[in-house]
Design a protein around this ligand. Structure first.
Ligand code: ADP
Ligand code: ADP
Length: 226
């Protein structure tokens, strides 16, 4: 099964910037996949298109076989997204943020509370569940973003620079969490500009530069080349 299939993707912003020139990418179910590239390479744009936050100029995107142009609701149901910027309400409690998110996806309320508890515990946020999100540290906010992305049990989780600005100890525990999630069957794609992060976690890797994929290979094969 193919979790993500992108073909002929192009994105030119209205200001004329060709953020994605031509991208073809296939990520199989169960993979832990890195999209590595320098700042400005087109990683966030690609993710934005996959999540239907950015309108593509050309090309086709399928999530578990669902075309985002023709079957957006089905595609969205399979996808959890952790964007770079914190975009939850800072004045709501953690529990509320998570339960509300589940509601958007039609998860029954009792089940939503159960899932919120599970993910808050796994991400070491449970003792903060009734606090307003603004009281969290940066690292805790990042973990809250991950919990929120998982509330509808997506089969594909995409994280944009998940450990940016996170200290090394916390980074390790986030890596551990993501590894376990992947072992439980969730396909994971993350963007990073650290090769080290990709090396620690990922089975396969694509390198993107100036809007094109310049390498698409297994982590092992890439490391052997370096
Ligand atoms: P689209 O073609 O997807 O509609 P737009 O070109 O309208 O996207 O840009 C979306 C928003 O991003 C605009 O509000 C724009 O001001 C902002 N923006 C413009 N340039 C940049 C940039 N280099 N990086 C990030 N955001 C930008
Ligand atoms: P990355 O995530 O790899 O850092 P981005 O996808 O954010 O790369 O950016 C790719 C290129 O597109 C950059 O030149 C960036 O300035 C430009 N860009 C990103 N968002 C917008 C936008 N909304 N409007 C115009 N240009 C943008």
């Amino acid at each position: 099964t193919v979790a993500l299939n992108i073909s002929g993707l192009k994105k030119t912003y209205k200001n004329g910037v060709e953020a994605v020139k031509s991208i073809d990418l296939k990520v199989n179910k169960g993979d832990f996949f890195a999209l590595l590239g320098p700042n400005g390479a087109g990683k966030s744009t690609t993710i934005g298109v996959i999540a239907s936050l950015v309108n593509k100029s050309q090309g086709k995107v399928e999530i578990f076989g669902h075309d985002i142009d023709t079957h957006l609701e089905l595609a969205k149901a399979e996808l959890g997204l952790v964007p770079q910027e914190f975009n939850f309400s800072m004045f709501e409690t953690l529990n509320n943020i998570l339960v509300t998110q589940a509601g958007y996806y039609g998860v029954p309320r009792a089940e939503a509370f159960k899932r919120a508890e599970k993910y808050l515990k796994q991400l070491e946020l449970f003792d903060k569940k009734d606090m307003a999100a603004r009281t969290l540290s940066g690292g805790m906010k990042r973990r809250l973003m991950i919990a929120r992305a998982l509330m509808h049990n997506p089969k594909l989780l995409i994280l944009d620079e998940p450990t940016a600005g996170v200290d090394i100890e916390l980074r390790r525990s986030m890596w551990q969490f993501l590894k376990e999630l992947n072992e439980q069957g969730v396909t994971i794609i993350l963007t990073t500009h650290y090769l080290e992060e990709a090396e620690m976690l990922c089975k396969n890797i694509a390198i993107i530069d100036k809007g094109v994929i310049v390498e698409d290979t297994s982590m092992k094969a890439l490391l052997a080349k370096l």
